[in-house]
Design a protein around this ligand. Structure first.
Ligand SMILES: Nc1nc2c(c(=O)[nH]1)N[C@H]1C(S)=C(S)[C@@H](COP(=O)(O)O)O[C@H]1N2
Ligand SMILES: [Mo]
Length: 376
């Protein structure tokens, strides 16, 4: 097969996997993708598997190796490209099927390889630019070439735009000391507003509506409540995992029960973020089964601002989007009020495995360490 055909077929396949990958990782893109999140996720996974089989199993037919005695570029150039792609395929497989610690490592490798691929691809694009000019010196823009550059731009803009988020995630994981954003290593501190709300304990209030009478807690009143800690693996639907992380705070079920909650009358609870936009919901069965926390501490430190300070919700064994950050209020109701991501097509019951991806999950178990309710 001719080199050009092979090359472009390969570029289109790669563009599909790259675009869907960044659409999964970047929350700005996930908002656009909305209800098609699962479609994008499966396109990325199935596409990635087929692509992996093609470049590992049939590399000679599928990967655009340069003709042996090419005078254009040294073969090292294409070998590096091949190496990066293999790393992406292997780490992708680790993300898909591994247990949490494997997935945590795979996240870093997948991110590193993705960053390397973007750098490689940008350099590749730039070094191809002179070909716009014909040897005779006149400009040559065929329709096909214009289309290809258009596709390249469509892929490059979001992908290059997503690099800072990717590099932030990687730097946090690699140096292991957290990042400028203040989040713990391994977490990708998402926000759907511009920046992270800055709510001091002094100014923070937690209101509860829908009960016989409304309640408002100050920090001091909240801090006097009985405490509990839970150790979990924190999963985001996008695939990243932070294994063995301990959150501490106030047990939601005990909290609401003490306030006189009648779940048979008002089985639904809606949680509100101080960012003014983000919400999420749980029902009484979910609260009884998963025992969420009002969490103010993570790995024995006060919750960092980027991760929802002073208090966030933490729903163990459900995907991260259920765990509302900068929690400022909750309301009980007799019907469901779909949360931010639920309005955009995510399942309300987001237990791990909702998307059928968590092959390595342990059976669910509530862990309580009554004495370890660290508060600083
Ligand atoms: N207020 C608010 N809470 C939020 C989000 C958000 O964007 N805004 N993102 C959710 C998602 S999708 C995830 S994965 C986790 C990320 O938690 P982290 O910031 O501790 O990494 O927060 C969840 N809670
Ligand atoms: Mo998430």
């Amino acid at each position: 097969m001719n080199f050009r055909t092979k090359h472009w077929r390969h570029v289109y396949a790669l563009a599909l996997v790259t675009l869907t990958g960044f659409a999964l990782f970047l929350s700005s893109w996930r908002r656009v993708v909305g209800p098609f999140f699962a479609v994008v996720q499966w396109t990325h996974i199935v596409g990635g598997i087929l692509y992996g089989i093609a470049i590992i199993g049939w590399s000679r037919f599928f990967y655009p190796w340069l003709p042996k005695k090419s005078d254009q570029r040294s073969p090292a150039y294409t070998r590096w490209g091949y190496f990066i792609l293999i790393m992406l395929v292997i780490s992708g497989a680790g993300l898909l099927v591994g247990p949490s610690p494997t997935r945590a490592i795979a996240t870093v490798l997948h991110g590193l390889a993705a960053a390397a691929l973007v750098i490689w691809a940008v350099w590749h694009l730039l070094t191809r630019l002179p070909l716009w000019k014909k040897p005779t010196g006149e400009w040559h823009v065929s329709r096909r070439r214009a289309l290809r550059w258009f596709i390249a731009a469509v892929v490059a803009v979001p992908v290059v735009g997503g690099m800072p988020t990717l590099l932030t995630m990687l730097s946090g994981r690699l140096d292991g000391r957290g990042r400028a954003s203040g989040a713990l290593p391994g977490f990708v501190p998402y926000t759907v507003v511009n920046g992270f709300p800055d709510i001091s304990r002094q100014h923070w209030r937690l209101w509860v509506h829908g009960l016989a009478q409304p309640h408002t807690f100050t920090w001091d009143q909240y801090a006097a409540l009985p405490r509990r800690a839970v150790r979990i693996d924190f999963h985001c639907v996008t695939g990243w995992v932070v294994p063995h992380v301990e959150f501490a705070g106030v047990d939601l079920l005990e909290f609401l029960t003490t306030l006189g909650w009648h779940p048979e009358k008002h089985p639904w609870v809606t949680f509100y973020s101080g960012d003014g936009v983000y919400t999420d919901t749980l029902n009484v069965e979910q609260i009884r089964q998963y025992r969420p926390l009002l969490a103010d501490s993570i790995d024995y430190q006060p919750l960092p601002r980027a991760q929802g300070a002073p208090v966030r919700l933490l729903v163990p064994h459900m995907y991260g989007y259920k765990s509302v950050k900068w929690l400022v209020g909750m309301a009980v109701s007799d019907h469901v009020i779909p949360g931010f991501w639920e309005q955009r097509g995510y399942p309300q019951n987001a237990y791990l495995g909702s998307y059928g991806l968590d092959f390595g999950q342990q059976p669910f178990q509530v862990q309580t360490h009554k004495k370890r309710g660290h508060l600083k």
